[in-house]
Design a binder for this molecule. Structure first.
Ligand code: PMP
Length: 410
């Protein structure tokens, strides 16, 4: 195995049982980490331990199992608070993922604060989950959705963003790192500018928390969301962080058990934060396992991860650039872990299918960013996205397989 940096990738790979298998007779090369990351043993084992030994509903139980389950569940909140450097535990709300977190903010904050002709700003780089919830609430409230344009490298044009801001801007919702192109947005500057106009800023951290350090206080971000499944933890658990005064003033998103203080048929009073936004029995096992994913990543160290993955990205970029017919899509100065590309005259799906026959898992298509693809004039791209368990040898394998793709499709 070619070595880079100071990560012991061989040991790391041993923690991920799924990576040991063969696909179509070839060693699996998993390059679809932007869609979801694989899970280490410690995460998988935590889920079965929960169901094997302390499965119980949380918060209202006084028996031993319920107390243990509640304590473990709440430990994850603490872990997320530390991960994001959030000021208090009440500001960490468990959701199903980024999609639900954005819908919560759009519906609850947007629903309470948007008036006709108010403006919401998003960018051309957004995932559908940071477009559609805003379209829905804007249509309901008569508000207007404004879009920050990008340049051909896939970077937002900051001066155009500044031009869009005005006293009618109420919300800016922006992706931290593009899932389709890997572009890192200058979120600190975006937030600072929005605040000058009194707008709140939501950051979609789906692709950033597993690669970059995120400090919500240093960023001064109003809302921040991420999904556990892109952070080596299970699907079905995500996070919404919010500033306390904003969350306190927001109406509940869903009604039901747990989010109430007292219910009568005449009137219901709501629970305090964060429970006001956590109606119903939550995803207990996966929330507990999220802590293990966070601990796993923290033990490796985000700085080490960033350095290692950057070398994978540089290597892949330079290898793919050697192909005459391949065009790299997304060449931002600041980008991470995503290599999107197209091959002249070949549908991305065909690339994906041929690579799959070689055991290589990439993603092809629009990556839930159809407006971005329209802007780039593409039906989609082929996307290899990296994790710290990937290797230079795997990139070599993909390049060999790309030669086969070219041979078969020309
Ligand atoms: N935003 C970005 C940038 C994403 O990559 C994704 C997942 N592909 C989402 C939002 C939605 O995340 P989830 O499906 O986990 O809710």
């Amino acid at each position: 195995m070619k070595k880079i940096g100071n990560l012991n990738v061989e040991d790391i790979r041993n923690d991920f049982p799924i990576l040991k298998q063969k696909i179509n007779g070839k060693d699996l090369v998993y390059f679809d980490n932007a869609a979801t990351t694989q899970k280490p043993n410690v995460v998988i084992d935590t889920i079965s331990q929960y169901y094997n030994s302390y499965n119980a509903n949380i918060h209202r139980g006084i028996h031993t199992l319920a107390e243990k389950a509640t304590a473990e569940y709440e430990l994850t909140r603490n872990s997320v608070k530390n991960l994001l450097n959030a000021p208090t535990l009440e500001q960490i709300i468990f959701t199903r993922g980024v999609t639900e977190s954005i819908n919560l903010v759009a519906r609850s904050y947007g629903g309470a604060n948007l008036k006709p002709n108010d403006e919401v700003i998003i960018s051309t780089l957004e995932h559908h989950s940071n477009i559609v919830p805003w379209q829905l609430i804007c249509a309901e409230k008569g508000a207007i959705l404004k879009i920050i344009p990008i340049n051909d490298a896939g970077e937002i044009i900051f001066e155009e963003y500044e031009k869009l801001l005005n006293h009618r801007t109420k919300i800016v919702s922006i992706v931290h790192v593009s899932n389709a192109l890997g572009t890192i947005n200058p979120v600190a500057e975006i937030i600072q500018k929005a605040h000058q106009f009194g707008a709140v800023v939501m950051v979609d951290g789906a692709q950033s928390v597993s690669h970059l350090d995120v400090d919500v206080q240093a960023l001064d971000v109003d809302f921040f969301a991420f999904s556990g499944h892109k952070l080596y933890a299970p699907t079905g658990i995500g996070i919404l962080y919010g500033k306390k005064h904003l969350l306190e003033a927001m109406p509940p998103y869903q009604g039901g058990g747990e989010m109430i203080q007292e219910v009568t048929f005449e009137k219901t009073t709501y629970n305090e934060l964060p429970y006001k936004f956590e109606a119903g029995t939550p995803n207990i096992a996966d929330t507990i396992a999220l802590r293990k994913g966070i601990e796993y990543v923290t033990a490796i160290g985000k700085q080490n991860i960033a350095l290692y993955e950057d070398q994978l990205l540089q290597y892949c970029t330079s290898k793919l650039s050697d192909f005459q017919d391949i065009t790299l899509v997304g060449t931002a100065k600041h980008k991470i872990s995503v290599c999107s590309f197209s091959l002249a005259g070949v549908h991305p799906q065909d690339i994906g299918m041929i690579l799959d026959s070689e055991g290589i898992a990439i993603r092809t298509g629009h990556h839930c960013t159809q407006p971005l693809m329209q802007r780039l004039g593409l039906v989609g791209t082929a996307r290899a996205s990296f994790s710290f368990y990937n290797t230079l040898d795997e990139i070599d394998k993909m390049c060999v397989a790309m030669k086969k793709v070219i041979k078969m499709t020309k």
